[in-house]
Design a protein around this ligand. Sequence first.
Ligand SMILES: [Mg+2]
Length: 237
Amino acid sequence: MLLVCWDIDRTLIDAAGVDKQAWLQACSDISGRRITQLPVGTSGRTDPQILLDILTSAGILTPDAAAFLPAVLEREAVILASHRDQLARKGKALPGAREALAALADEPGVLQTVVTGNVRPNAELKLAAFDLDRHLDLDLGGYGSDSPDRATLIGLARQRTSTAHRLPIQSIKIVVVGDSPRDIDAARAARARSVGVATGRSSIDELAAAGGDAVLEDLTDTDSVYAAILGRRLQRG
Ligand SMILES: [Mg+2]
């Protein structure tokens, strides 16, 4: 069994910053301070890591920020849900994402889910907003609401797949598809293969240098996506 673990932001979708506004508003609402400063380099980090960074950068002491964090993570889901229309209007599915998911759905022995820094409700909302959820089994995924550590999330996806499909854990091979060197680092730590897609902040060379087992400019050529993820070409006709 091959489990394909897709990253969401800048791999499958572009949220056009609507999610970042939800981070700031959630941190402001729960801390009672007006917080406007986003951290740099959020790509590939999980929401608990990012939100803790936002709180401490606003001058909140780490123990207090950590105490706020569970409520902030809940609050960001409420806020993003209230901005769903704005997300759908401003954001987009990245080119080829829908076709790649649909094509892999027909491949025997392949399951698809997400490993993402988003809390689960926001992951579901983002995918549904762009009609990308139909070929993903989201119950198998790993989310920022599960752990701040991305490699742990990959292990959780493996565990959840083993339980749901009654498969020995060592029989589940994983390919992580993501736009950030952090996706690739996490895959290596979780003993998974990785495919880097240069639709985020990192170039194809940076993703290759990070150790991506395969790298793609984007998802537009389904044959190339197949070759990268499965290590072989799409059978035609
Ligand atoms: Mg990403």
